[in-house]
Design a protein around this ligand. Structure first.
Ligand SMILES: [Fe+2]
Length: 168
């Protein structure tokens, strides 16, 4: 996990998390801070392991996708941009600095861009990679809606897998 530890101690990475924290200081609904990113990283890897895709993709790539997928969230609060695109743009130099190669970088960036797709409805002609699919599912599964105090007001609750029971 050497590259992952390089990534999470990167100065710019810490800045983006600090911006997210600041923007969500008074947020009532789900937050997008380090704890969420770590949960998503672990679940992404777990899902890949269960699906038998972990040899091809690897633990560090799975963790990198999870740890980076929401780093541009603050930009959405401030400027109304789509955070999957901002997160992907910000992630690229961080991945390079951490030592990920071009092919891994490409795979992780694509997964970040696809993390908000609705997998049930939006499969269309876009190819979703195993990493993209695992990240997308992990993002939803990371939320413990079953015990969330905001679930009655949450617009996403009908699509959340753990609204009534714990799955992971
Ligand atoms: Fe996100």
């Amino acid at each position: 996990m050497e590259r992952i530890n390089r990534l999470i101690t990167n100065r710019d990475y810490r800045h983006y998390l600090a911006y997210n924290r600041k923007e969500e200081e008074n947020r009532y609904f789900c937050r997008h801070q380090f704890e969420h990113l770590v949960s998503v990283a672990r679940l992404t890897y777990l899902l890949l392991l269960e699906e038998g895709n972990s040899t091809f993709i690897g633990k560090e790539a799975a963790y990198a996708a999870g740890l980076l997928h929401d780093i541009g969230r603050w930009h959405q609060y401030r400027f109304g941009t789509e955070h999957e695109e901002t997160s992907a743009t910000l992630a690229e130099p961080l991945l390079e600095e951490a030592g990920f190669n071009t092919e891994e970088n490409r795979l992780i960036i694509k997964a970040i861009k696809q993390h908000r797709l609705n997998l049930e409805e939006d499969t269309g002609n876009r190819h979703i990679s195993p990493l993209g699919k695992a990240l997308n599912r992990a993002d939803k599964l990371s939320r413990l809606c079953i015990s969330c105090g905001a679930k009655n007001e949450c617009k996403k609750i009908s699509r959340q897998p753990q609204k009534e029971r714990l799955i992971y």
